[in-house]
Design a protein around this ligand. Structure first.
Ligand SMILES: [Fe+2]
Length: 440
């Protein structure tokens, strides 16, 4: 069990919709409202922090990972179960920086869950993935046969054409940034150091058909914060840049106005060879505000309006980046049809307070659907024979306004109309990222 300090007063990240659940449970034959499409046969898994009862990890991002799973088959919701990811931090109290140096198996594995080459991985950006079974038992840490020599981001990118999984790891010691590529068979076939000026928190990145897009932004590692909180904070001196890396590893950097990005939407190359990147952008003020709240700061900054949809266009001919705010609504957790990852797409799905918001980024049109509670990330699931970019469904765990219960909501991605919802046997704390894993 973890050795994190006991709670003295309840910080915001252990309260309300973020309050952890105390145990692991299971339930079968869950009540369904509406009609679940029979094509949705598989598992919806969602990861998030859930510290053990009586423990305070010091920051929302640091709590022990727990995956909530819902099994759908042939129009029925067969089961729900929630399981902690049994990392060495969870079972033995191991620490990332221990007596024998850096231990990348001592992680929370709390951020996302993916499947690649038949391997289900729970991910957190501070260390190695943990492999899970389809029933959410923990298999153990995964370093791809000893080849992984850095941490692994929780936001790898699957190239829909090649089947390769691109990812990176960042660290607080050089090399600060390392790019990796897994083959479609799950073999780590490339690792490449990328030069950046310093150790920054890099939560996400993007790929296009021919490039990898880096976000080197001014949230910088601070040694003085080690042991007190997540050791990163905004820097007014670091600057901000986006990098476009080609297959040979050459990076062209573009200076941009300082900001922070947790999550990108899609990226692509346009007909002129420019790189277009859509992302959810925080200003200095909105970043420091949210960082204060989720780290339990005694003096959280005033509400600042959150993060908004933003577009950068990077032109290798001129070496210049242009940028444009695309909306003024505070949103997060962008998702899209990942069959188009790195290619032309125009539709993006986000969550905003109690609503799911669909953007047509090209026309500027938005469609807003009240979720009837607080929705988590809305995962896009393509329909098998869909012709349109939005042919498919959105799946999101929504917690009731009362805060007492949750459901798995399924919407039609085209019009955001209700399709079905599955009543879950308990409240699911707000968390991070999920995946739909269709039966193979
Ligand atoms: Fe994330």
């Amino acid at each position: 069990m973890t050795t994190t300090p006991e709670i003295s007063g309840t910080p915001a990240y252990l309260s309300g919709n973020l309050a952890p659940v105390p145990d692991e449970i299971g339930a079968f034959d869950l009540p369904v409202t509406g009609t679940l499409p029979t094509e949705l046969t598989g598992r919806y898994f969602r990861n998030g922090p859930n510290p053990l009862p009586g423990h305070d990890s010091g920051h929302w991002f640091a709590g022990a990972g727990m995956i909530h799973g819902v099994r759908l088959r042939d129009g029925r919701a067969e089961w729900y179960r929630n399981r902690w990811v049994r990392t060495r931090s969870f079972t033995e109290g191991a620490r990332l920086i221990g007596p024998n140096g850096l231990d990348r198996t001592a992680v929370s594995a709390n951020t996302s869950v993916i499947r690649h080459a038949d391997r289900i991985l729970a991910l957190v950006e501070s260390g190695f993935p943990y492999e899970m079974t389809p029933e959410l038992d923990t298999v153990g840490p995964c370093d791809f046969g000893g080849r992984l020599t850095s941490a692994m981001t929780a936001h790898p990118k699957l190239d829909p054409v090649t089947g390769e999984l691109h990812f990176f790891g960042y660290g607080f010691m050089p090399p600060y940034l390392t790019y990796h590529r897994l083959s479609s068979a799950g073999e780590l076939v490339e690792s490449r150091m990328v030069e950046v000026p310093g150790p920054t928190m890099i939560h996400d990145f993007a790929i296009t058909e021919n490039h990898v897009i880096w976000l080197d932004l001014p949230v910088v590692f601070d040694m003085e914060l080690v042991g007190r909180s997540l050791p990163f904070q905004w820097s007014d001196s670091y600057g901000a840049r986006l990098g476009v890396m080609d297959r040979a590893g050459r990076v062209t950097w573009f200076e941009i106005d300082p900001c922070y990005v947790f999550h990108v939407g899609n990226a692509r190359e346009d007909a002129s060879g420019r790189v277009v990147l859509d992302a959810i952008r925080y200003t200095r003020e909105s970043f420091t505000s949210i960082w204060g709240r989720i780290s339990g700061s005694d003096n959280p900054a005033a509400e600042t309006g959150g993060a908004v949809l933003h577009r950068w266009v990077l032109d290798p001919e001129t070496g210049k980046a242009t940028e444009e705010q695309r909306d003024d609504r505070a949103v997060e957790f962008p998702t899209f049809n990942e069959d188009l990852l790195g290619r032309d797409s125009r539709l993006l799905y986000t969550v905003s307070d109690d609503a799911i918001v669909k953007y047509d980024i090209e026309s500027g049109a938005t469609l807003v659907r009240d979720a009837g509670g607080q929705p988590g990330e809305a995962v896009f699931v393509p329909a098998q024979d869909a012709k349109a970019e939005d042919g498919g469904w959105l799946m999101s765990i929504v917690t009731d306004h009362s805060g007492e219960g949750s459901r798995l909501l399924v919407l039609d991605a085209a019009d955001l109309e209700f399709v079905a919802s599955v009543r879950l046997p308990r409240r699911v704390p707000a968390g991070f990222h999920g995946s739909w894993l269709p039966d193979l």
